[in-house]
Design a protein around this ligand. Structure first.
Ligand code: NAD
Length: 285
């Protein structure tokens, strides 16, 4: 029987450490860390994510300002971001995606101050990740690495990892991070042929495709580690991942559940990235 790795076991400790750090910093006369979240439009899923971020910040003592715009032009949004870029009381700026179609997200991330880019989406920070330099690592891939380290996988030399999905926010950066840890990495996506054959060779599978319970036990190698990033609804409208956990549990060594898995680490990593930005800011001012 495989082990289910619940995210809260890892994220609760990270949040506790952050909370203690902030208390200490404020006691020493520093200001609170400050995260600004920008949301444009009326996307229901985004609203849920943004309110979750708000709650997490409150829990650990990060000041959170959420700027909601029903509608805003690209030009005005750029001016607002430029203002926040310069504001010394703002540590992190997060632009909630997706943005409405009249705003080009590349234009937005091109002007966002990389030192406040707590999602790690600006070109400079993406480039640094690929060069193996210190940078803001996007929250979901960073959280996946925390999970692997928690179960004892620090160095992945000799391990074969298969990532399913090639998005800029999950698939590509997690592939790079696994490579940085010496894994031999294959990226599969919707145009990959014979995907099951690829996945069957993997010691570590990271699935970020968004297909409810598609991965069954015949996809997997015995004793593999399965990180399920997908957030989907099953036939009964219940949240589920890309992996059919009940079907595969006897075959895997470790698996993350959905919900209560990777998502909790994603949330904790946003707090951690905000603290990195905060430390840089208070040390430089
Ligand atoms: P995306 O739609 O940008 O990318 C999905 C990727 O999966 C694409 O590269 C596509 O080629 C690939 N894909 C889709 N169907 C496939 C199939 N049948 N076979 C092989 N490849 C296939 O999505 P994303 O933003 O990367 O998110 C992926 C999933 O992860 C979604 O379910 C999303 O909700 C979830 N997600 C979870 C978290 C978290 O914190 N848990 C964070 C981000 C995304």
């Amino acid at each position: 029987m495989g082990n289910i790795v619940y995210g809260n076991i890892i994220s609760d400790e990270i949040k506790e450490n952050i909370k203690n750090f902030i208390e200490m910093s404020v006691k020493n006369g520093n200001r609170q860390p400050h995260l600004v979240v920008i949301m444009v439009g009326d996307n229901q899923a985004s609203k849920v994510y943004v309110s979750g971020k708000n709650k997490d910040c409150m829990q650990v003592g990060i000041k959170n300002t959420t700027l909601y715009y029903d509608d805003i032009s690209e030009e005005d949004l750029i001016s607002k971001i430029k203002e926040l870029n310069e504001d010394k009381t703002v540590d992190g700026i997060l632009i909630q995606l997706p943005l409405p179609s009249h705003i080009n997200k590349d234009h937005i991330f091109n002007i966002l101050n990389p030192q406040k880019d707590v999602d790690g989406f600006t070109p400079l920070n993406v480039g640094k990740l690929y060069l193996g330099q210190d940078t803001f690592v996007p929250c979901t891939p960073k959280g996946i690495i925390k999970i692997l380290e928690y179960i004892g996988y620090y160095d992945l030399s000799g391990k074969k990892a298969v990532v399913i999905g090639r998005s800029n926010i999950v698939g590509k950066p997690i592939a790079q991070l696994l490579l940085n840890k010496n894994a031999t990495v294959t990226i599969c996506h919707s145009k990959t042929q014979n995907i099951i054959e690829q996945v069957r060779q993997a010691d570590i599978v990271v699935s970020a495709m968004g297909n409810a319970k598609l991965i069954k036990k015949d996809w997997l190698k015995e004793n593999s580690i399965v990180i399920d990033v997908g957030i989907n609804r099953d036939e009964n409208n219940k949240l589920c991942g890309d992996v059919d956990l009940e079907d595969v549990i006897d075959k895997v060594k470790y698996i993350t559940p959905v919900p209560k898995g990777v998502g909790l680490l994603t949330r904790a990593m946003l707090l951690e990235n905000t603290i990195i930005a905060y430390k840089n800011s208070i040390n430089n001012n």
